[in-house]
Design a protein around this ligand. Structure first.
Ligand code: NDP
Length: 253
């Protein structure tokens, strides 16, 4: 159980894509810090498996974040049947590894829908509630691909870079309501998405390994602990930052 200024006791967090990978790591770390979590995703089976591991402080809701018109109702339902949402973690995301010249407009739009537009809708719906309570935390999950160019991820990288622009603009409006918004930029973290993106590409794997200053890839727990810190009272005065959790990859030449 989390104690002191890093505790999330009595807090409720909504974590999109919380059934797998980084979202699961965040859910686990937040529960360890004392929070209750609601995890969402499209695949109910994956969510129920995660719930078995996470225990009684985890609720699951099957929900596709691209169903934007249903988002206000989702938030209303969680707030009235579970608890007010103190922390929103916009973690759900999809990846596309393709050369820009081979990427169709539809594929590009699809990535933007999930990784950017649903984040705006969810953040807006939660912030409306949080503003009334004058208290709230919103986290975005960015990427190294949003910080510098990487070949074959033009749609994905664009969606992640755009999150930084969205965060900066929301900070100027939401701070008056005591809502903090920060982005975690994970480096290369062992998750289903990461493994499927690099397992078939040893050259890319080598390039990434050379880039990371510390030893090895990150774990989902590394990201989870950063999420707990940014959501806790210890980060009371921190808003609008992009925090790399990357073993030094973003500064290593
Ligand atoms: P995963 O593929 O394990 O997780 C993605 C999660 O998002 C899944 O639980 C998936 O659940 C959910 N999801 C995807 N689309 C939707 C949707 N339309 N509606 C609801 N849920 C959805 O990958 P990661 O854990 O690696 O990725 C998590 C986040 O971290 C992403 O935003 C990713 O971009 C980011 N990231 C990951 C890095 C890494 O190295 N792993 C590096 C940098 C950033 P379901 O399929 O059930 O819908």
């Amino acid at each position: 159980m989390g104690t002191g200024i890093f505790s999330l006791t009595k807090k409720t967090a909504l974590i999109t894509g919380g059934g797998t990978g980084i979202g699961f790591g965040i859910a686990q770390a937040m529960i360890n810090a004392g929070a209750n979590v609601v995890i969402t995703g499209r695949n109910t089976e994956k969510l129920l498996e995660a719930q078995k591991l996470l225990g009684e402080n985890c609720k699951v809701i099957t929900f596709d974040v691209t169903q934007k018109s249903a988002i206000p109702q989702l938030i209303q339902e969680i707030e009235s049947t579970i608890a007010p949402i103190d922390i929103l973690v916009n973690n759900a995301g999809i990846h596309l590894k393709k050369w820009a010249l081979d990427t169709s407009d539809e594929e590009f739009e699809n990535i933007i829908q999930t990784n950017l537009l649903s984040v705006f809708s969810l953040s807006k719906a939660c912030a409306r509630k949080m503003a009334g309570r004058k208290n709230g935390i919103i986290l975005f999950i960015g990427s190294m691909a949003g910080m510098f160019g990487i070949d074959r991820v033009s749609a994905y990288g664009t969606s992640k870079a755009a999150l930084t622009g969205l965060m900066q603009n929301l900070v100027t409006e939401f701070s008056a309501h005591n809502i903090r918004i920060n982005t975690i930029a994970p480096g290369w973290i062992e998750s289903p998405m990461f493994l499927s993106a690099i397992n078939s590409d040893p050259e890319r794997k080598q390039k990434i390994t050379n880039r990371i200053a510390m030893d090895g890839f990150g774990t989902v727990d590394d990201v989870g602990h950063a999420a707990v810190f940014l959501s806790s009272a210890a980060a009371r005065y921190i808003t609008g930052v992009v925090l790399p959790v990357d073993g030094g990859a973003s500064v290593n030449f």
